[in-house]
Design a protein around this ligand. Sequence first.
Ligand SMILES: [Zn+2]
Length: 273
Amino acid sequence: MIELPEAAVVAQQIDETLQGKRISRAVAGASPHKFAWYSGDPAAYNERLAGKTIGAASYAGCHIEFMADDMRLSISAPIRYHPEGARRPAKHQLLLEFDDGTAITSSAQMWGAFMCFPQGEPTGLVDWEQAQARPSPLTDAFDCGYFGTLFAEATPQVSAKAFLATEQRIPGLGNGVLQDILWTAGIHPRRKMSNLAEASVEGLYAAVREVLAAMVAQGGRDTEKDLFGEPGGYRTILSRYTVGTPCPSCGAILEKASYLGGSIYFCAGCQPL
Ligand SMILES: [Zn+2]
């Protein structure tokens, strides 16, 4: 999967690079992958897409979306652009070749959806439908009042990580972007939501908005690659690149641990339990 900042950045790059290109051939499911999802039979993708022209792109949660005439593609995996004559990866879950010799490929990262369906028809994809229905944290609709509606009866019992990055409460906010958001808010990923003062909840809301906006504005995170295979310009504070180095705020050594099916990174100084 990818996360919201990279979905937003790659959607913008698709808009600028692919719009107007005509698909000459589509190949879906060439390399089998356990956690790759398609809409219907991947073998039918060529029939659905060949001859169609790429239109506008957008994003919803962790999905990059773009039109190809009457078809809508929704992809939650990294997408790479290949100029004419450039070497392409041998393995991929989706390949679109264009009339001008250029192409894109997309490959699942852990898992990925490679959906292609007629615009306006129900998708049957629950995650996607949820992402469509919920406001993006980058828009004004995601205000303090809306953030409050994400709190439910069970919320006090869950940890800050579980609250932010599970159950698609905030589509596109995953275990990657979570780390810098919680560091910015000064909240340990294992901290129970019931232990947060009202001021901390406000700080958490502000950190979700600010950190995601900074990641998008700087072209995505330095741990991820864009449409052209380039790392993003946002320098992660907490990631595999920084674990074991001093915290930029307090100087404590940044730590890594396993928690809730993924790695967490934190500063024990800035994010007390
Ligand atoms: Zn610190």
